[in-house]
Design a protein around this ligand. Structure first.
Ligand SMILES: [Zn+2]
Length: 100
């Protein structure tokens, strides 16, 4: 297990996770359930993290992450069918596959 990325929120973590999984990589989201919960943890400790389980997947995951970070500044859009937030670069919803 190796930590690939610390996301700023759970939506970002899930989107990255779904991108990695769609490429057949062994990604795992950690700290997913801690957000908004346990008060005594320092805030920085509860950022959701995306980990890569299989070290064979690491290089490919890093390349995907690079592309992901570059496009994540594009304007987000909200899917009209499932209300999930999508990065601007996505042509279809990452969650339900609906078109914009
Ligand atoms: Zn959707």
């Amino acid at each position: 297990m190796k930590k690939l990325y610390i996301a700023s929120d759970i939506i970002e973590a899930r989107i990255l996770d779904s991108i990695l999984k769609s490429q057949g990589l062994s990604s795992v989201v950690r700290n997913e359930t801690l957000q908004g919960g346990i008060g005594e943890l320092p805030f920085v400790e509860i950022w959701p993290e995306v980990w890569i389980e299989n070290s064979c997947d690491w290089e490919e995951a890093e390349e995907l992450l690079e592309g992901f970070v570059q496009v994540s500044t594009d304007k987000d859009w909200i899917c009209s069918s499932c209300k999930e937030i999508n990065p601007g670069v996505f042509q279809t919803c990452w969650f339900c596959n609906a078109n914009i």
